[in-house]
Structure formats: structure tokens, C-alpha cells
Design a protein around this ligand. Structure first.
Ligand SMILES: *[C@@H]1O[C@H](CO)[C@@H](O)[C@H](O)[C@H]1NC(C)=O
Ligand SMILES: *[C@@H]1O[C@H](CO)[C@@H](O)[C@H](O)[C@H]1NC(C)=O
Ligand SMILES: *[C@@H]1O[C@H](CO)[C@@H](O)[C@H](O)[C@H]1NC(C)=O
Ligand SMILES: *[C@@H]1O[C@H](CO)[C@@H](O)[C@H](O)[C@H]1NC(C)=O
Ligand SMILES: *[C@@H]1O[C@H](CO)[C@@H](O)[C@H](O)[C@H]1NC(C)=O
Ligand SMILES: *[C@@H]1O[C@H](CO)[C@@H](O)[C@H](O)[C@H]1NC(C)=O
Ligand SMILES: *[C@@H]1O[C@H](CO)[C@@H](O)[C@H](O)[C@H]1NC(C)=O
Ligand SMILES: *[C@@H]1O[C@H](CO)[C@@H](O)[C@H](O)[C@H]1NC(C)=O
Ligand SMILES: *[C@@H]1O[C@H](CO)[C@@H](O)[C@H](O)[C@H]1NC(C)=O
Length: 663
């Protein structure tokens, strides 16, 4: 993923009302980006509940959601249903692009809106709650601010399975969590604590409710989004509740509205609930979520996690069943391969179903009966491997997801390239939705209006959205006073658009359209940037090796410009993204883009001197530090030996990278 704009909250709102179903006061809260709602707890005493172990022969045993939770993996490691909107996990202050990391940093809160596998800044993490014990009776001795409340966790306590996440903080408070589609259930257990405070009983009410909303900026997109929550507590007797603001708290008022202050200064604020000691068991916090309203957040929670004694184990079981059902289409004959290889396989399958997220019923932008999916973060990342895989093992979801893309085209005028937290994202490469649609078409995914799909793709192919002109290649230093886009990525966009045009031609031909010839012709435009005499010489182990023939940028007048083929590769130690001084290749080098002509690799092989020369170049690319295995453009290079008739070498490469990563 690319560099992302900084996500930040814009405003926060709070208010108090009476609880609809009981006499208890309701604190309506609203809080801050990544940190916020706040549950304050007093004296504990209860046994820790154990989640049942999954059956030994169960495939879920082989899924480890923690793989990729540090060293830049940026995965979401917490509890989620397949494509679920609610994603519960601990948020940390260390490597927090995926919000939680096994990097041994500090927990700042627990929250339930997240993305997975993104780059740049953390996404969402809205409305965090935080349990703590306070030293004295005075509420102002509690640590409200993030810097003050953040707490390390015990690294060996982290337990993650499909549908479940548990962790013990350094102060012995144990937290675990489970989810439904649009709600999360957090369980906080203080039983290993020796709390010194005794709080007098004031009343016997057992539930409290906090509601709130907030306006936030997406981490890689335009505009802002509203999110809403509805928090219900069970398991302890409430002593009092109130709001906190800049590390001071009080039981009055019960509502709060916070906005960015003077100089856009962030003020931390939230609400709290204190419980009477001694607790007879864990405290459960049910958080309903919505992008529509607090009412809908409450309804989601009440429908999906009903009653007042929230059934934690039942939720975990339902999630496990949902995951088993999703994984059921796959079975493997292990042939005696190591368990670690199987674990790597199954967690990779699992990861394909974390995002996109199913936001059906939660689209704030238009009314529609069509399914609605979000967290396309971005299609540039997803079209190469994940979505083609899902067209095979989860075609029903793909059909729904594509209907959602087409519904977006109908209502916004464009197929999305990036879309997250209900906001439009920035475009990274070509028109990647085109690739997704046509891949599903050729694999016979049903239930889709292909005439509409054709129109949507033609729109991508023909209409310039304040962007670049077209000379059968994208020129370097274009003169385009009508357009508006950053003058950049001329090589990678030329290549991507050629592939988009090939897909459009494929669909047009099958639908009997008279445009297929024209788009098949445009699909050859990548050749216009191939410079047969461009060389790249690398000195490896004291030996100079020269390769000839690379993609290069061209000016509008047709003459060649220049970008060193190793620029933007790890060897050049530069990462080229959507920056103010952009390169001709997006997030990758001309070396790597030489392997990016997915629709006609045979032609590339010929240009580079035949199968053997092609395989040699590919091998050199993978073994000398040129390949950036952590980023999307490299995904296709791994199986390129297939095109030179050597599929075994593709498998060998996969295993080599796997060993490199697990050793
Ligand atoms: C957010 O919550 C505040 C306080 O309850 C309320 O006044 C405001 O209307 C809410 N905003 C939206 C968009 O629902
Ligand atoms: C964790 O918190 C401690 C104490 O607040 C602080 O010294 C430390 O730097 C934090 N660790 C990280 C990784 O932020
Ligand atoms: C809690 O108190 C008990 C009894 O006083 C004591 O045995 C135990 O060590 C204490 N535990 C902790 C974590 O301090
Ligand atoms: C998406 O969510 C809606 C509403 O919860 C549900 O009815 C639908 O079955 C889900 N779609 C998929 C493909 O899971
Ligand atoms: C799609 O359907 C067509 C027509 O029935 C068939 O020829 C083709 O093999 C199918 N493709 C796939 C990938 O199943
Ligand atoms: C293709 O068909 C459309 C009508 O379906 C027509 O307007 C257009 O002129 C035709 N184009 C060519 C190149 O034949
Ligand atoms: C360079 O030397 C190292 C260490 O001997 C070896 O592992 C590596 O394969 C060599 N690289 C090339 C491209 O020959
Ligand atoms: C490799 O190329 C560099 C730069 O062109 C040159 O200085 C060096 O002598 C060459 N080394 C060998 C072993 O040929
Ligand atoms: C083409 O344009 C580039 C950039 O303006 C310029 O450097 C080059 O000399 C031009 N080539 C010709 C043949 O005019």
C-alpha cells in the first residue's frame, strides 16, 4: 500500500439521555481518533473464563492470525467474521498500522473498527475503550489520557484464533473479545488483581449505556466519515458514570461535545463508568457499530448479541462455524509437509476474507437494495491474487462485491479504485476494478448485470477524470492544462491501462460488442515504452552483469526520457509512491515492471531473448535484492516461470520466500 495521508479526527460529540429500557443514566460519548471511550473499573474478584479449545483435527487450529503482526506485516490480528465490519482487537502505540502488533509495545485501548494489511497510517480504531483500576476513590486519580493510561502487555499472553482475541496487560487485567457482524463483545477480567479500593454500593443497576458519534478522516482518501457506537455494559454494578476531558473527570455533565480546538489542537476526552467492588466476575462491554446512526448501532448490537447476559462463548462458537463454512471448499492432501507450511497456507487463505468488508445496510451515501462492500484498500492491492482466488472459492461473495462496485459506479459515476471507511480513496495504478470485473466474468460468476459492467469499464477507458491525455502511452512531462492529476507514473500507468484495455476487449468480444478490435489494439500500447537497447549493469559479488531491454518513459514529442531501471527498487533504497516528486514507476522499479504485461507474457519473453534468458533475468531479479517481496507489483513475478514452461520453478520460488520469511 501507498503512503497515506494522516488520519485525524475532526470533531467529537457527546450527550446524555435516559436509557430506553431501564432507569439507569446513559452517558453518550464521543471521542477521538484511535483512542477513546473509556470504561473505568474498580475492585475486582472473579475467575477467568476459558474459551474452549478447538478440536485437534480442526482446520481452525492451523490458522494463526498473528502471522504478519509485526515487522511490517500490518495485518489485522483480532477477532472478525469473514468480511465482517466489526473487528475487535487491542490498539497499541508501537507498530500500529494494523492497530495491534506483537512488537511488545503498549496497549492504548480496545476498539472494533479496523482494516487489515494497509500501509501508511493506521486506519480507524475509533472509539477505544479502556479498563483500569484506580488507586483511590477519587476519579481524578485515574489515568485518562493515552500517554498516561497506555499499558504494556504480556507478550506470551496473546491468543488469537479465528473469531477470538485475548491478551493480558502488564497489570494483570485480562481482556478478550469476540464479534458478530456489526458488534463486538469485550470481556475484562480483573481476577488476578489485588485492588486496594473499596467502593460503596449506591444503587443496584446493572447496565449502563454510552452512545456517541464522531467525524474522522480516512487514512488514504478524500473527505471524512461519520461513525457511531452504542456501548452496553454487563457484569458489574455501576457506581457512577460521567465524562472526562483532558485528564479531568466528573460525574456531571453526562454529555460532551469535543471538536478540534485552537490550532487544530487535539483534546482527548471520553466517558467513564465506575463499578462497585467487589466484582463477582468479568465485566462485559458490548459495542454496537454503525456508519448510519447511533440508533442503528444499538439495534445492530441488540439484534446480534441479544439479551443482557451477553453470550461470549456463543459468539466465539458462531464465528468459528462461520469460518469453517468459508474454508470448507478447500481441503488439502498434506503429503507429509511440515505443519508450519500448512499453517502458512491456511492463514493465507484466512487473510483473503478479512477485507473487503460487508457494509450492506451501512452505506451512508445512497439508498439501494444492492449489496454494499467497503475496505477496498485498494483494488490495486487486491486484483492480482486475493480476488481472483475468491472468484473460485467464494463466488457468491464475489458476485455480491461486484454488484456493490457496479452500484457505486451507478451512484458515483466511477468504479472505485480505493474505497475505505465509506470514503473515496486515491487511485494508485490503472483502473483496477476493470481487472476484477472481467476476471469474474471469464470465471462465470453469476448474478451480475454485464451490460452495466461493460458501460462502467468503457467509462474508465474513455473518460479522463481530470487526469492525463493519451498518446498510446502516458507521456513523461505531459502538457495537459485541462487535466488535474499529478504528472507521474507514466510507465506503470501505460502498462496498467494496456492490461485494462485487454480486459475490456475480452468482455466486449464475449458480449458481441463492436469495440473489441479497438481495445485489443490499445492493449498493445505497452510496447511503445519498451526500449530494446536500454541497459542495467549490476555488480554482485564483484561480478558485473548487464541486462538489456527495459521500459523507459517518453516525452510528448516521442523521444525517450530516462529512469534508471533500478530506481525505486530496494537496491536503490528509494520507495516511489504518490509523493510530490513522483517517479515514472509506481511503488516499484522498471526492473520489476518489465514482468508486468499479464495478458501477453509470451511477447515479453520474446523481447527479452526467449525462455532461458527470461528465466535467468527472473532469477537474478529475485536473488539480488531487486525484488521488493513486501509490495504488490512483485506478486505476479513469483509465478512467471509458468509462462516459460517451468511451473516447478514458480513453486520453488514460493518456498524460497516462505523459508526466507519464517527463518
Ligand atoms: C452526534 O451526537 C451528538 C450528541 O448526541 C448529536 O447532537 C449530533 O446530532 C450527532 N451527530 C450526528 C451526525 O448524528
Ligand atoms: C510504553 O510505555 C512506556 C511507559 O509509558 C514507555 O516508556 C515506552 O516507550 C512505551 N513503549 C512504546 C513502544 O511506545
Ligand atoms: C494478592 O493478594 C494475595 C493475598 O494478600 C497475595 O497472596 C497475592 O500475592 C497478591 N497478588 C498480587 C498479584 O499482588
Ligand atoms: C452481507 O451482509 C448482509 C447484511 O448483514 C447479509 O444479509 C449478506 O448475506 C452479507 N453478504 C455476504 C456475501 O456475506
Ligand atoms: C464458463 O462457462 C462457459 C460456458 O458454459 C464454459 O465454456 C467455460 O468453461 C466456463 N468457464 C469456467 C472458468 O468455468
Ligand atoms: C458500434 O456500434 C454502435 C451501436 O451499437 C455504433 O454507434 C458505432 O458506430 C459502432 N462502431 C463501430 C466502430 O462500428
Ligand atoms: C553472492 O554471494 C553470496 C554469498 O556467497 C551468495 O549466497 C549469492 O548467491 C551470490 N549472488 C549471486 C548473484 O551470485
Ligand atoms: C564493473 O563495472 C564498474 C563500473 O562500470 C567498473 O568500474 C568495474 O571495473 C567493473 N568490474 C569488473 C569486475 O568488471
Ligand atoms: C523532446 O522533448 C524533450 C523534453 O522537452 C526535449 O528534451 C527533447 O530534445 C525533444 N526531442 C526532440 C527530438 O525534439
Amino acid at each position: 500500500m501507498g503512503d497515506a495521508r494522516h488520519g485525524e479526527e475532526i470533531e467529537i460529540g457527546f450527550s446524555l439521555t435516559r436509557l430506553c429500557s431501564s432507569e439507569t443514566d446513559i452517558v453518550m460519548l464521543e471521542i477521538i481518533y484511535h483512542l477513546c471511550a473509556f470504561v473505568q473499573l474498580a475492585k475486582p474478584s472473579a475467575a477467568r473464563v476459558h474459551i474452549r479449545q478447538t478440536n485437534d483435527s480442526d482446520i481452525l487450529r492451523l490458522i494463526d492470525p498473528l502471522i504478519g503482526s509485526r515487522d511490517g506485516g500490518n495485518v489485522f490480528a483480532g477477532a472478525t467474521l469473514p468480511y465482517g465490519m466489526a473487528k475487535a482487537v487491542a490498539d497499541v502505540d508501537g507498530e500500529n498500522t494494523g492497530c495491534f502488533s506483537t512488537d511488545g509495545s503498549n496497549i492504548t485501548g480496545f476498539s472494533a473498527l479496523h482494516d487489515s494489511g494497509t500501509g501508511g497510517n493506521p486506519s480507524m480504531g475509533n472509539f477505544p475503550i479502556f479498563p483500569q483500576l484506580c488507586a483511590e476513590d477519587d476519579i481524578n486519580t485515574c489515568n485518562f489520557l493515552i500517554e498516561a493510561r497506555e499499558t504494556p502487555y504480556r507478550i506470551d499472553s496473546v491468543e488469537a484464533r479465528p473469531g477470538y482475541f485475548g491478551i493480558t496487560m502488564g497489570n494483570d487485567i485480562h481482556a478478550d473479545m469476540a464479534v458478530s457482524e456489526h458488534a463486538a463483545l469485550f470481556r475484562f477480567d480483573f481476577s488476578r488483581q489485588n485492588a486496594s479500593i473499596t467502593i460503596e454500593t449506591e444503587d443496584g443497576s446493572e447496565t449502563g449505556r454510552m452512545k456517541g458519534n464522531g467525524s474522522f478522516l480516512p487514512s488514504f482518501g478524500a473527505g471524512s466519515y461519520m461513525a457511531y457506537f452504542c456501548l452496553d455494559i454487563s457484569g458489574g454494578m455501576i457506581r457512577d458514570s460521567g465524562v472526562w476531558f483532558n485528564n479531568r473527570a466528573g460525574t456531571e455533565p453526562k454529555e460532551l461535545y469535543v471538536t478540534r480546538g485552537f490550532n487544530l489542537f487535539y483534546i482527548q476526552a471520553g466517558g467513564f463508568i465506575r463499578f462497585q467492588g467487589a466484582l463477582s466476575g468479568p465485566i462485559l462491554a458490548r459495542m454496537g457499530l454503525s456508519f448510519i446512526s447511533t440508533e442503528q448501532a444499538c439495534q445492530n448490537a441488540e439484534r446480534e448479541i441479544p439479551g443482557s447476559d451477553f453470550d461470549f462463548d456463543g459468539l466465539v462458537t458462531s464465528a468459528e462455524d462461520a469460518w469453517r463454512a468459508k474454508l470448507a471448499p478447500i481441503s488439502i492432501e498434506t503429503g507429509g509437509v511440515s505443519e508450519s507450511l500448512q499453517v502458512n497456507f491456511w492463514r493465507a487463505v484466512y487473510r483473503t476474507m478479512i477485507s473487503p468488508q460487508n457494509y450492506t445496510g451501512e452505506n451512508p451515501h445512497w439508498q439501494s437494495d444492492e449489496p454494499h462492500f467497503d475496505s477496498f484498500y485498494c483494488l490495486w492491492d487486491m486484483w492480482r491474487v486475493q480476488l481472483p482466488f475468491l472468484t473460485i472459492i467464494d463466488p457468491l461473495m464475489m458476485s455480491n462485491m461486484i454488484r456493490s462496485l457496479l452500484d457505486t459506479y451507478k451512484h458515483r459515476g466511477w468504479l472505485p479504485d480505493c474505497m475505505m471507511s465509506t470514503c473515496k480513496g486515491w487511485t494508485q495504478g490503472g483502473s483496477d476494478a476493470d481487472n476484477v470485473l472481467v476476471d469474474a466474468y471469464v470465471k462465470n460468476v453469476t448474478g451480475i448485470d454485464w451490460e452495466l459492467a461493460y458501460q462502467a469499464i468503457i467509462n474508465d477507458a474513455e473518460n479522463e477524470p481530470l487526469e492525463w491525455s493519451n498518446l498510446n502511452y502516458i507521456p513523461y512531462l505531459d502538457f495537459d492544462p485541462i487535466g488535474f492529476g499529478t504528472n507521474s507514473r507514466s510507465i506503470s500507468r501505460t502498462l496498467e491501462y494496456a492490461y485494462n484495455d485487454f480486459n475490456l476487449a475480452t468482455l466486449a468480444k464475449r458480449l458481441g460488442k463492436n469495440t473489441s478490435t479497438q481495445y485489443y489494439a490499445r492493449a498493445t500500447n505497452w510496447q511503445n515504452l519498451f526500449k530494446p537497447d536500454e541497459t542495467s549493469t549490476l555488480t554482485i559479488n564483484g561480478t558485473n552483469t548487464t541486462f538489456t531491454g527495459f521500459f523507459q518513459p517518453r516525452y510528448q514529442n516521442g523521444s525517450w526520457a530516462y529512469q534508471d531501471p533500478i530506481a525505486c527498487s530496494p537496491l536503490a533504497d528509494t520507495f516511489c509512491s504518490l509523493t510530490s516528486n513522483p517517479s515514472k514507476t509506481f511503488e516499484s522499479s522498471a526492473w520489476e515492471y518489465m514482468f508486468f504485461v499479464p495478458h501477453v507474457m509470451s511477447k515479453v519473453i520474446n523481447l527479452l531473448g526467449g525462455d532461458d534468458a527470461f528465466l535467468q533475468r527472473l532469477d537474478f531479479f529475485h536473488t539480488t535484492g531487486l525484488a521488493d517481496i513486501s509490495n504488490e507489483p512483485v506478486f505476479l513475478t513469483v509465478y512467471m516461470p509458468h509462462f516459460a514452461g517451468r511451473p516447478g520453478l514458480s513453486s520453488k520460488r514460493v518456498h524460497a520466500w516462505e523459508q526466507g520469511q519464517t527463518s
